[in-house]
Design a binder for this molecule. Structure first.
Ligand code: G3I
Length: 364
């Protein structure tokens, strides 16, 4: 059976298995009715190759974020040669389904095309010119279709004690951008974006600020210091994206997280949950049903706190376990051969308790 047909049958099967989810409102309607927005990351190729997934994305999401197609390695594979077609494909899909698209990511130290890091090492003036050309070209291309970009992605340094500690007490992650342009690069990128497109929402997106651990508390403190510094210098910044790649092996407690969100809101910033998914603990529950219930419970407790802290936009990093980076990326895949079940739908596009929990949260 062709790959494309299997999910269609699965989706039909899930619908026939009744009960209500396939006939009921999509998450997008439920979220909208509560004045919120639900979305997901998508890959253009998968949307094109898998009609069942495309149908699921169309019914569940009113906001899309390109998982790959808005990054440097997709947009500017060679210096000065821009390739917007993969991104335009996602934008066309969104337009056809009355969905918005958010941009990800104008400045990041990963997904850099091979030419970029060496070029940045050739001096600050060239590095500035490269940054300026990329931001200007990309924002001009997407001015009519993308009104919110992750201008800065993962610029906060990781405290000691993590699996990828940054050898610095500084608050900014040591990246090729910091090395080339110095600590003012973040402000420079934000000011440039505002200058190119004065009404674009400028977002700083980062991870590891969710859990109730000393490490996450330290990363929250670093992010707050960087953001306060930008705002004290009257640097344009409109929103903070909290990636929320949750890890169930870490405790979560609402109070410190809500306090963090309230500090950010107090600085006049909107807050989005931009990449929600859940990594299961090392010791799995014995059955899939128990595993899925535990994932839904952990994600639900986090989302209740996020909404209490003022979040109104929630995106998952994909809808189905089948395409999740948690399953595909060796660095985060499980070592016991089991596959993470950290998204609202399983690999056969059947809804899991995570989806039901999202529906309940949006239904209030
Ligand atoms: O671009 C090629 C494509 O041409 C080819 O067909 C495909 C075949 O595998 O590979 C594509 O490259 C992929 C690349 O993303 C595109 O940027 C790599 O295989 C893939 O491993 C790589 O990983 C992505 C990663 O970001 C780096 O871009 C993950 O799929 C994506 O989930 C991950 O997402 C990040 C967020 O952007 C930032 N927050 C963390 C999150 C997880 O790492």
């Amino acid at each position: 059976m062709s790959l494309a047909r299997r999910p269609l049958l699965a989706l039909a099967g899930a619908a026939l298995a009744g009960p209500t989810w396939a006939q009921g409102p999509g998450l997008r309607q439920l979220a909208r009715a509560r004045g919120m927005s639900f979305g997901t990351a998508v890959r253009g190729q998968v949307l094109q190759d898998d009609p069942a997934l495309a149908a699921l994305v169309a019914r569940e999401a009113d906001l899309l974020v390109p998982e790959w197609e808005g990054k440097w390695d997709s947009l500017q594979p060679e210096r000065g040669r821009f390739n917007f077609e993969p991104l335009r494909q996602i934008i066309r899909f969104a337009q056809a389904h009355n969905q918005r698209v958010r941009g990800h990511a104008l400045l990041w130290h990963v997904a850099m095309p091979p030419w970029l890091a060496p070029a940045l090492r050739e001096g600050a003036s060239q590095a500035n010119a490269i940054l300026e050309e990329h931001i200007t070209t990309v924002l001009r291309e997407t001015r009519e279709t993308i009104r919110d970009w992750d201008v800065l992605n993962e610029i906060i340094s990781n405290p000691p004690g993590s699996d990828n500690p940054d050898p610095t007490d500084g608050d900014l992650r040591p990246t090729p951008w910091l090395a080339a342009l110095g600590p003012g690069y973040a402000e420079r990128a934000l000011r440039l974006a505002r200058q190119v497109d004065p009404t674009l929402r400028l977002t700083l997106n980062d991870y590891g600020v969710e859990a109730d651990t000393p490490w996450a508390a330290a990363k929250r403190a670093r992010l707050l210091r960087v953001v306060r510094g930008l705002i004290d210098r009257r640097c344009p910044l409109d929103a903070i994206g909290i990636q929320a790649h949750l890890q169930m092996r870490e405790p979560f407690r609402a109070e410190p997280f809500i306090a963090f969100l309230r500090e950010l809101r107090g600085l006049g910033l909107a807050i989005l949950i931009t990449e929600l998914d859940v990594r299961e603990p090392d010791q799995l529950a014995p059955s899939l049903a128990e595993r899925d219930a535990a994932v839904a419970e952990y994600a639900g407790a986090f989302l209740d706190a996020a909404i209490a802290g003022g979040v109104r936009t929630i995106l998952t990093w994909g809808l189905t376990d089948r395409d999740s980076w948690l399953v595909q990326e060796p660095g985060v895949a499980r070592r016991d051969g089991q596959l993470h079940r950290g998204l609202p739908f399983d690999a056969e596009l059947r809804p899991k308790p995570f989806r039901a929990r999202l529906a309940r949260i949006f239904a209030g």
